[in-house]
Design a binder for this molecule. Structure first.
Ligand code: GRF
Length: 201
């Protein structure tokens, strides 16, 4: 299964996915392209270092969100992408995008959804005083971090945590669950029934 990874920043989740692939732990999934909406980001360097083709589509150069998504779809389809993994991709996708990859767009979010959706999820958890947070891999729908949940991992909030410490602790779990979820999808072990996702072992 050809996977396209969309990024905007540091790309540690991309790295975890690439490393899992290199270790033979992605099953039939293979990252065939990494697309960023921001030039020069670390994620692009990570892809290049792994020999994965990259594309940059600066969203400011498009007249509308729709036009940007059409270009994104064309770029991914041209590479034969079948599964799209958002990994720190800081753009909302439109129905144009979702309709091109039905039930084939996944995201990772640094909180236990439905708690703390949107940006700064770790800061939200700290400000709320949550004692447990974590990460969520979910299918993407038209809302913000609202699609059916595929996998979650819990992470404790420790006394004295700041945003950086909590973010780092959550990332350890992100890097474990995201490649595993991608592998499960590629192996056909994931089915969706409404909001409920079944993961066969
Ligand atoms: C991660 O915390 C992910 O959950 C969120 O954006 C961050 C991306 O980090 N969606 P990285 O670029 O993978 O290092």
């Amino acid at each position: 299964m050809n996977v396209g990874v969309l990024v905007s920043g540091s790309g540690t989740n991309l790295q975890a996915i690439l490393d899992a692939g290199a270790r033979g732990q992605l099953g039939p999934a293979r990252v065939v392209v990494v697309v960023s909406n921001v030039a020069g980001v670390r994620a692009l360097a990570r892809a290049e270092a792994a020999g994965v083709p990259t594309e940059v589509l600066p969203h400011q150069q498009f007249a509308s969100r729709q036009a940007f998504d059409e270009a994104l779809v064309a770029t991914l389809k041209a590479r034969g992408v079948e599964l799209v993994a958002l990994a720190g991709f800081m753009r909302l996708v439109t129905p144009t995008f979702l309709n091109a990859f039905v039930e084939r767009v996944v995201n990772i979010h640094p909180a236990l959804l439905p708690a703390f959706p949107g940006v700064h999820a770790q800061r939200q958890a700290l400000d709320y005083g949550a004692r447990i947070t974590g990460c969520t891999v979910h299918f993407v729908d038209a809302g913000v971090d609202s699609g059916p949940i595929i996998a979650q991992a819990a992470v404790p909030v420790l006394d004295g945590d700041d945003e950086a410490a909590l973010t780092a602790r959550i990332l350890v779990e992100e890097h474990r669950v995201y490649p595993a979820a991608i592998r499960a999808i590629a192996e056909g072990r994931v089915s969706i029934d409404g909001r409920r996702v079944t993961l066969l072992s």
